[in-house]
Design a protein around this ligand. Structure first.
Ligand code: GTP
Ligand code: SPV
Ligand code: MN
Length: 597
């Protein structure tokens, strides 16, 4: 049986790449699918797979008048977010994975998951999905091949990546590709593993059908394996959006910003500035991941390795993010949102009246006023970036864009002020390394607990966190024109638990200050944490509906809060042991001295 499948894999393959053929044959022999389908990325293939997904109940067609080309998918209710406790970095030495990752011995992991994969595709189809992370032909770009038994995964991958024949052509006969194996299995959380083998450029994912667990190009390749390759090859793989901001004078500045999951990257990347900013333009290069390397002119260049957005649905509306609303108006897959009686989708925070009746994300009837959420808090849209009305013309540029500023931002109801500029690169790395953020629904587990999340990479760094921070410090030697580094916090709350800063489009006010600082145009004020906007010549607050006291509260630095913050940072650095970079320990001492002095 197994050898027949292996032979079939080779016969129908649209490639002669010997390494790829041998690997597909080997995986087919293990998983024993009834059929093997090589995906070409064509429209005909999309139509065929969509029809089949509708037939088997994986996709529910939405009303073609209101949501043309859109479908709803309901995942298993036990499978709605990334599972960090079931995600493993499998390096030969445990220390190489570091204290912030779960570790499994590679041989033990291959054996354990091998048993789960053994025969798991009997009666099913194995899709061979070749994909490129990055623009075709770019020196940044990496090729992956994902083998999966899920048509939902294939349809998502064709939106999220440059998938099919073009990727296979770019690979040619090279053996330099990521080997991804995925099976939805029986969607049992006790038999769910997301394993990364950086040394083998391999990812095995079993037992989930959800987003970051199974769209292997995204968090698994572009961040976990990507960060490992970045360290080996001298570049950075980061959980960052990339945007271009153009002033009325026509000057474009590119920035990249790291905010943890569900903390505002997609929104910031496509924000519409308030009316006081007539003539300013924000354009999106990427909304989740940035690959960055020094360019020939000494600046740091970034690409977005993805081709689509896997975005948070709840809270998206025509006020907070009109560009996202337009992006998801067609050719979009919705996962775990509610269904309206007329075949449209609904979620908490959508514009307009709450409907009287809905079918909730689990497929159950729902009535207005019900205490249950109609859409899951981590419900998502998958939409092609080409739908984005403000997509940057550089989003497909193989050379990427030159980055002038890097921004780190967590979700903090207190302590962290609206914006700070780092004194220099090393201090900026310290700001990134000491980021904390309240947990969100993007991963399973308790929501709203502050945890240290260095550079928003805690769940995504594919090696030892201490080595990762050292790599960031080392990068300054290879970037003659360093971007300036900033820290922001949109999420500070007042004593009634209300967000103080209006956020969304008004974040433009902070971005303008950042742009002005980058070009050396505004003076600043020094504080113990870094440079902040001055009272005069600081943030542009014209037309902002916010009292002077509220602005003061959003930007305040309270020494008692910083003393507890330093304690929490200490626990994190202690965890890194001797791998805590010396330069960051010195930054810490300087901050303590400023606080005590
Ligand atoms: P991932 O896709 O999980 O990486 O998330 P993300 O970082 O792209 O976050 P996203 O932009 O999707 O925002 C997540 C949630 O935060 C949504 O519910 C937004 O409405 C909300 N949000 C985004 N920006 C702001 C802001 O400036 N202020 C406030 N209060 N909420 C915001
Ligand atoms: C995140 O959690 O940061 C996401 C969604 O962007 S997922 O693809 O599931 O990781
Ligand atoms: Mn993300």
């Amino acid at each position: 049986m197994a050898s027949t499948q292996a032979a079939a894999a080779t016969e129908q393959a649209p490639t002669k790449n010997p390494t790829l053929l041998a690997w597909v044959a080997k995986m087919a022999a293990m998983t024993q699918p009834d059929r093997i389908v090589w995906c070409d990325g064509s429209e005909a293939e999309k139509a065929r797979l969509t029809e089949q997904a509708v037939k088997d109940g994986t996709l529910i067609p939405l009303n073609p008048k209101t949501r043309p080309g859109c479908y709803l998918h309901r995942s298993n209710p036990n499978d709605v977010a990334r599972v960090e406790h079931l995600t493993f970095i499998c390096t030969p030495n445990k220390t190489d994975a570091g204290p912030t990752n779960n570790w499994m011995d590679p041989e033990a992991a291959y054996t354990k998951l091998g048993h789960l994969f053994e025969g798991c595709m009997k009666g099913r189809t194995m899709y061979v999905v070749p994909y490129a992370m990055g623009p075709l032909g770019s020196p940044f770009t990496k090729i992956g091949v994902e083998l999966t038994d899920s048509d939902y995964v294939v349809l998502n991958m064709r939106i999220m990546t440059r998938m099919g024949k073009a990727a296979l052509d770019m690979l040619g006969d090279s053996d330099d590709f990521n080997r991804g194996l995925h099976s939805t299995g029986d969607v049992n959380p006790d038999r769910r593993y997301i394993c990364h083998f950086p040394q083998d450029n391999t990812i095995w994912s079993f037992g989930s059908g959800y987003g970051g667990n199974v769209l292997l190009g995204k968090k698994c390749l572009a961040l976990r394996i990507g960060s490992y390759l970045g360290r080996e090859e001298g570049w950075l793989a980061e959980h960052m959006l990339i945007l271009g901001v153009t002033s009325p004078k026509g000057e474009t500045t590119y920035v990249a910003a790291a905010f943890p999951s569900a903390c505002g990257k997609t929104n910031f990347a496509m924000m519409i500035p308030p009316k006081e900013y007539a003539g300013w333009k924000i354009e999106t290069v990427g909304d989740d991941i940035a690959w960055m390397r020094p360019g020939p002119d000494g600046r740091l260049y970034a690409i977005n390795p993805e081709a689509g957005y896997f975005g948070v649905v709840p809270g998206t509306n025509n006020k907070t993010n009109p560009n996202a609303m337009e992006t998801i108006s067609r050719d979009t897959l919705f996962t775990n949102v509610a269904l309206t009686p007329d075949g449209d989708v609904w979620w908490e925070g959508k514009d307009g009246e709450v409907p009287e009746e809905l079918i909730d994300w689990q497929g159950k009837p729902w009535k207005k006023g019900s205490p249950e959420k109609a859409a899951h808090p981590n419900s998502r849209f998958t939409a092609p970036m080409s739908n984005n009305p403000v997509l940057s013309g550089k989003a497909n540029d193989p050379m990427g864009v030159p980055i002038s500023a890097l921004i780190f931002g967590g979700r903090r109801s207190n302590t962290v002020p609206l914006v700070i500029q780092a004194f220099n690169w090393t201090h900026g790395v310290f700001l990134g390394a000491t980021m904390g953020s309240e947990t969100t629904a993007a991963a399973t587990g308790k929501v709203g607990v502050v945890r240290r999340d260095p550079m928003a990479m805690l769940p995504f760094c594919g090696y030892h966190m201490g080595d990762y921070l050292q790599h960031w410090l080392d990068m300054q030697k290879s970037i003659p024109q360093l971007p300036k580094i900033f820290q922001v916090n949109w999420f500070r709350q007042d004593k009634n638990g209300k967000f103080i800063w209006p956020g969304f489009g008004d974040n433009m006010r902070v971005l303008e200050w950042i742009v002005n600082r980058v070009h050396g145009r505004v003076p600043t004020q020094e504080t113990l944490l870094g440079w902040v906007p001055r009272q005069d010549q600081g943030l542009n607050l014209n037309g902002l509906d916010l009292s002077a006291e509220a602005v003061q509260e959003a930007t305040s630095i309270k020494e008692d809060e910083w003393k507890s913050e330093l304690k929490s940072q200490e626990v994190f650095f202690e965890q890194l042991g001797t791998k805590a970079p010396e330069a960051l320990m010195l930054q810490r001492k300087l901050l303590i001295a400023r606080l005590d002095g």
